[in-house]
Write a protein that binds this ligand. Structure first.
Ligand code: HEC
Length: 293
């Protein structure tokens, strides 16, 4: 096997192993970062919805206390406020969603869909869990969802959510008495679920990965070309010349030209040594010839 072949086989092997290892590691890292980024967006959205809820309770509800007696004002309900806020947000970001998915809701729009009901059931089965993060395929592409349980810990909630008899008449007038009741203290009645699209972020991660890998392949190729050229001009070519000259000398042709030596590296040293040996051999043979005469 020639030097060039040996050298290139090893180079290719290292390149393949190197590319595979760095490709695997960087892809994993980029995907994790993308997921983390989407999750941060989801958390931010959840925090905003919670902030709107708390604003409604602390600032809007007290202002409406008197008016509320005559007519139920949905704007004082935190769930309503959060939903309205998200609706506005969806005008510019339609693929983002927030829902107070509830198994038996006051407002039918909040009824949990099948997959949301699964999230609620999971929280009902795992009482100690405060968060559930998952991925799902939606009609608009892959989504990351982030859920938090809605558990009734405040007895005041039951004023409107326990029995129609306990609820303000104004509420019954607006929402009817057939649903949104029968909730119990410490029961997990639903889940706040934020869903954020992953496609764009994943795509960006894939593009970054592609660029990185292409750059890496480019670097390996450039290194391979340069190393091959160096191997050719610094090692293979001078060694071939020397071996050709050595062949001729061994066949008795002592008049071959001296090898042109340039540089002071090991190959240059070898060339000089070769020329010295060639000269000594010629002298020795000449001496022999002279004594023969
Ligand atoms: C003054 C009556 C009232 C009180 C008190 C009240 N809610 Fe509600 N709640 C409502 C109404 C009305 C809706 C429907 C709002 C809408 O149109 O989206 C609602 C909606 C909800 C929803 C969304 C699902 C659904 O049923 O439509 C959740 C979750 C919820 N409430 C939880 C609570 C919790 C938790 C408390 C206590 C901290 C509470 N509520 C206290 C009236 C009330």
């Amino acid at each position: 096997m020639g030097l060039r072949l040996k050298f290139n086989l090893i180079l290719i092997l290292i390149t393949i192993v190197g590319l595979a290892a760095s490709g695997y590691a960087s892809n994993k890292l980029l995907q994790n970062n993308a997921r983390e980024e989407v999750l941060n967006m989801a958390r931010m959205m959840m925090e905003s919805a919670i902030a709107v809820r708390s604003y409604t309770v602390s600032e809007v509800r007290p202002l409406m206390k008197v008016q509320q007696r005559r007519k139920f004002i949905a704007q004082t309900v935190p769930a309503y406020a959060a939903n309205q806020y998200i609706k506005k947000l969806q005008e510019t970001h339609p693929e983002y969603s927030y829902k107070e998915a509830t198994l038996n809701p006051t407002n039918p729009a909040n009824r949990a869909t099948e997959w949301e009901a699964d999230v609620v059931s999971w929280f009902r089965a795992n009482k100690d869990e405060k968060e559930l993060i998952g991925e799902r395929m939606s009609p608009t592409g892959p989504q990351l969802y982030f859920g938090r349980p809605i558990t009734i810990t405040n007895p005041n909630c039951l004023a409107c959510h326990s029995t129609p008899a306990a609820a303000p008449q104004t509420l019954i007038d607006s929402y009817g008495s057939s649903n949104g009741f029968g909730w119990k203290l410490n029961e997990t009645v639903g889940a706040q679920i934020v869903a954020v699209p992953m496609e764009l972020t994943l795509e960006r991660a894939a593009n970054t990965f592609q660029t990185f890998m292409l750059a890496l392949v480019g670097i390996f190729l450039a290194v391979a070309v340069v190393l091959n050229l160096m191997l050719h001009y610094i090692v293979i070519k001078p060694v071939r010349v020397m071996s050709g000259a050595a062949d001729k000398i061994s066949l008795g042709d002592l008049d071959v030209e001296e090898i042109k030596v340039s540089g002071s590296d090991e190959i240059g040293l070898l060339g000089r040594s070769f020329n010295r040996m060639h000269r000594s051999l010629s002298n020795a043979v000449q001496l022999l010839d002279e004594t023969d005469d």
